[in-house]
Design a binder for this molecule. Structure first.
Ligand code: AMP
Length: 263
């Protein structure tokens, strides 16, 4: 059995995970659950886009065998007091900007894995830190599941696919292309020999600032295994950023190998 955990409002990024599960010839289960515990009190839980009928149709067309769509009350009895916390990996990038977010993610993924009991679970590299957290958690807790990481899927113009893209105005959507543009510049610069992470970040910051974002949470160059900031780029690095346009927070990343083609 293969599980693809999602928060719904399914797009081609989600469906690429379904495809990966189908290629592995698993019985494909998609879970759709907008998990309230991974949203902060001032985040977009209420505003998060939802489209149950459309999602079910997309799952059916994609050959999904079973959709698990629990209610919040099914997942969280009022007296539930247990959470899963992954230390270290959650202390950089999105961790400090979204206190409690990764505890919410780790806890709900543990619950989904225990309920569905899949052999494999599929996660996108769009959420690279989340994937690292889940890999570490399943290893540390001996969860009997294989975690499969899948490529980040982009729109034709480079914008990383995300359910949150639906919340962008046309103008914000255009300005949001600065994330991908800054990542491509970073890759080019690193592969042309730049080894100083601060210089790469400064150039990205200029590109993003020119698009006039409401807020920039971070622009970082980190070790892809530990998520810790890197100063000298000597090995493949994860270049990652989180930027808000209007009240929509977008994340994007790229794995860059200084010695060659990007991965
Ligand atoms: P979400 O519904 O945003 O929680 O995402 C559910 C799963 O789909 C996560 O494993 C995400 O990393 C993955 N995902 C979302 N967007 C993309 C994308 N553009 N490319 C690849 N995977 C994605």
């Amino acid at each position: 059995m293969g599980l693809v955990p999602t928060m719904g409002y399914l797009h081609a990024g989600h469906l690429s995970l379904v495809e990966a599960a189908r290629r592995d010839e698993t019985f494909v289960v998609v879970s759709i659950f907008v998990n309230p515990t991974q949203f902060g009190p001032h985040e977009d839980y209420e505003r998060y886009p939802r489209d149950t009928a459309g999602d079910l149709q997309r799952c059916e067309e994609a050959g999904v065998e079973l959709v698990f769509m629990p209610a919040v009350t099914d997942m969280y009895p009022p007296d539930a007091t247990t959470t899963v916390h992954v230390a270290g990996l959650t202390e950089t990038l999105c961790g400090p900007c979204r206190p409690g977010h990764f505890d919410g993610v780790a806890t709900v993924v543990t619950k989904l894995l225990n309920i569905v009991q899949p052999d494999r679970a599929y996660f996108g590299r769009k959420d690279a830190q989340q994937l690292a957290v889940i890999r570490r958690m399943t290893r540390d807790l001996n969860l009997p599941v294989e975690i499969v990481g899948c490529p980040l899927i982009r729109e034709p113009d480079g914008l990383a696919m995300s359910s949150r893209n639906a919340m962008l105005s046309a103008d914000e959507r255009q300005r949001a292309l600065s994330l991908y543009r800054s990542l491509c510049q970073a890759r080019e610069r690193i592969q042309s020999g730049e080894r100083n992470a601060a210089a790469v970040i400064e150039q990205m910051r200029r590109i993003v600032a020119a698009a006039d974002p409401a807020r920039s949470d971070y622009i970082s160059v980190v070790d892809p295994d530990t998520m810790q900031p890197v100063e000298r780029i000597e090995r493949p690095v994860l270049v990652a950023l989180a930027v808000c346009f209007g009240s929509t927070r977008l994340i994007d990343n790229m794995l860059v190998d200084p010695g060659g083609q990007n991965a």
